[in-house]
Design a protein around this ligand. Structure first.
Ligand SMILES: [Zn+2]
Length: 251
């Protein structure tokens, strides 16, 4: 189990990571607002000025103008370079850690929708179905590539989705006014993870997601003073980690 770093591959992954990160910034802004991703070019959120190619170079455009819009001078949110950099790091890590070419392609394909889900849940408290639907076939392909069987994956995923739905229904009966224990999207994402992961890895994924969730919950309460926090980012980061670390796991 060695990790051989192929420099050209990692440099290429970094470049693609920046480009797809830029796509995620636009997608995670447009999707919850119902703006088509194909709808014209990006505009400054403050002054509406259409952005030129040179305003859209990931990270560099933001840094070159000191985090301000070139037209109105308004502050451009650091979410843009932050998402682009996270995307770049994830792409680089995937290229370094995952050795199988099909698996690395699948993980790279899953990274933008997973990152978009985390960002949208953090900002809007939503997990759009369309992104989960995009992930589902990729997760099933992952199972195929890692030698798992489809019926078990689909069966476990269905069972988890039904369990999450039943849990929420039971909670609504017991405490009708309380917010749902798990958002609908959370249950779907947890079910989606079962499409890809064999059970031992799935339990590891749930444990990691729980620990990340606890951490995020503490930070959320401390920073925002709200007891309810978005669980999606914890689920997607745990899923990404277990997928990436798969070949190092003894089970
Ligand atoms: Zn502007």
């Amino acid at each position: 189990m060695t990790v051989a770093v192929q420099v050209p591959l990692v440099v290429g992954a970094a470049a693609f990571g920046l480009v797809f990160g830029s796509f995620v910034t636009a997608l995670s802004y447009r999707l919850p607002r119902g703006i088509s991703i194909a709808d014209g070019r990006s505009r400054c959120a403050l002054c509406g000025h259409a952005l030129a190619a040179r305003d859209l170079v990931p990270v560099l455009s933001w840094a070159a103008h000191g985090g301000r819009c070139r037209h109105c001078g308004g502050r451009v949110s650091p979410r843009y370079p932050a998402i682009e950099l996270v995307s770049m790091l994830l792409f680089m890590c995937a290229a370094i850690v995952v050795s199988d070419p099909v698996q690395v392609t699948l993980l790279l394909a899953m990274t933008p929708p997973l990152l978009a889900l985390a960002v949208i849940d953090l900002e809007q408290r939503r997990l759009p179905n369309i992104l989960i639907a995009v992930l589902a076939p990729l997760l099933l392909l992952w199972r195929w590539r890692t030698g798992g069987d489809f019926p078990t994956g689909v069966g476990v995923a269905l069972a988890i989705f039904l369990a999450a739905t039943a849990l929420n229904a039971a909670m609504r009966r017991v405490a009708p006014d309380a917010p749902p224990l798990l958002g609908g999207g959370d249950g779907k994402l947890m079910a989606g993870a079962a499409l890809a992961l064999p059970l031992p890895q799935y339990f590891l994924f749930m444990t990691v997601a729980g620990l990340f969730g606890l951490t995020l919950g503490v930070i959320w309460r401390w920073q925002k003073g709200e007891p309810r926090f978005p669980f999606g980012p914890a689920i997607v980061s745990a899923l990404w980690l277990v997928l990436a670390a798969g070949r190092f796991l003894p089970f």
